[in-house]
Ligand binder design. Structure first.
Ligand code: SF4
Length: 386
């Protein structure tokens, strides 16, 4: 006989014995919320929704893609995919994970669309070819573009997972023979949540879906449809190599001394200064690894204008060169660094080259104070510049 306990707002089960399954569910939800930076109260709300049987139905469509986005989801551990599927969502159609095939799979899709009108989440993986009436990608004899329009039309929410679904990705790179597009270009009148990345971080996807489960709505999005909780800041802002950037210590060649010492990868093409993503804090693959962490420049895979559009070795302008106050103190070397390499050419000079604007300002003021101090007998030099 099942117990009749309920999950309170504080996350404690009351009125009945706590079962292992419920305790695990609560833990999973709180962990899932925490993993994407959401407060534990949201985790509790997710657990409440899941415990009351509110599991959103998900239809997952595959178009022009490599299945890397699904592969990355398969590697989540908090929650694991089995927990996600069994406890938190109802994955009703997914061409890679579905046990059935052919007619069975087609029926599962059709049934979900008919029975859950306006309630299911449509997840799209891959770009959509639009040339020649969409003949370049067909499933069950129907063009992808036709399937997308039909499934999206009855969906409660639409999520484009990965850079191909979000912005067209590799298939849309020049010369784009299939005229591949992202979901928002095919459905310009709909609200699309974009979770770009190649592959995207699975926790950004889970965080979005779980918020939808718990709060009944979508997270706040930026101007490119990306959830702000995950894409609100650039990689450069949280990069562990940032003190080296600020100090003007750059890798010049793969395998050189700077590379071995873990210096900044900007001069070998890192796109971190213009790339909005939480890779430095979330990382990948459950082992604490991510491209910049293992010595490869960021390729800007979450940005429409960078991935497959800007060469990996090409340097880019620095979007926000101001360093946050909580970084370690900057001790620039006196050797000087190319202004092009720092991306703030013209703002720093001579011995201050390589520092960011903030670092340069601090040093400039200190320098002026020292000079003033010299002229005024050292009185001004005691005031601290910031
Ligand atoms: Fe990190 Fe790249 Fe910024 Fe250097 S340029 S600090 S490697 S994000």
């Amino acid at each position: 006989m099942a117990d009749s306990g309920t999950l309170g707002a504080t996350g404690r089960w009351t009125g009945g014995p706590t079962t292992d399954r419920r305790a695990v569910l609560k833990q999973v939800c709180i962990l899932a919320a925490a993993s994407v930076g959401l407060p534990s109260s949201v985790g509790v709300r997710i657990a409440l929704a899941a415990a009351s049987g509110l599991r959103p139905s998900v239809i997952w469509l595959h178009f022009q893609e490599c299945t890397g986005c699904t592969e990355t989801l398969l590697r989540t551990s908090h929650p694991t995919l089995s927990k996600l599927i069994l406890d938190l969502i109802s994955l009703d159609y997914h061409e890679t994970l579905l046990v059935g095939a052919g007619r069975q799979a087609h029926d599962a899709l059709r049934e979900t669309m008919e029975q859950r009108v306006g309630k299911y989440v449509c997840v799209v993986e891959g770009s959509i070819p639009t040339a020649d009436n969409g003949v370049h990608c067909k499933i069950g004899g129907r063009p992808a573009v036709e399937i997308l329009r039909e499934v999206a039309d009855r969906a409660g929410a639409i999520i484009a997972i990965g850079s191909c679904a979000a912005f067209g990705g590799l298939a849309a790179a020049d010369p784009n023979p299939t005229r591949a597009k992202g979901v928002s270009d095919v459905l310009p009148d709909k609200t699309i949540v974009n979770i770009p990345g190649c592959p995207p971080n699975p926790y950004n996807f889970l965080g979005t879906v779980l918020q939808y489960v718990a709060l009944g709505g979508l997270p706040e999005l930026d101007e490119k449809g990306r959830p702000k909780f995950a894409y609100g800041r650039t990689i450069h802002e949280h990069c562990p190599r940032r003190p080296h950037f600020d100090a003007g210590r750059f890798v010049r060649k793969f395998g050189d001394e700077g590379h071995r010492e873990g210096w900044c990868l900007y001069a070998v093409g890192c796109k971190g200064p213009q790339t909005h993503a939480n890779c430095p804090t979330q990382q990948f693959g459950e082992v604490g690894a991510w491209p910049v962490g293992v010595g490869h420049p960021c390729v800007g895979c979450t940005e429409e204008k960078l991935l497959w559009r800007t060469a990996i070795h090409e340097t880019i302008p620095v979007e926000s060169p101001t360093s946050p106050a909580f970084y370690p103190p900057v001790e620039p070397t006196r050797q000087g660094v190319s202004p092009v390499a720092t991306g703030v050419a013209g703002l720093v000079a001579g011995g201050l080259l390589g520092a960011t604007i903030m670092g340069a300002r601090k040093l400039s003021r200190k320098h002026m104070e020292e000079e003033e101090g010299g002229e005024k007998g050292g009185t001004a030099g005691r005031e601290k510049g910031t």
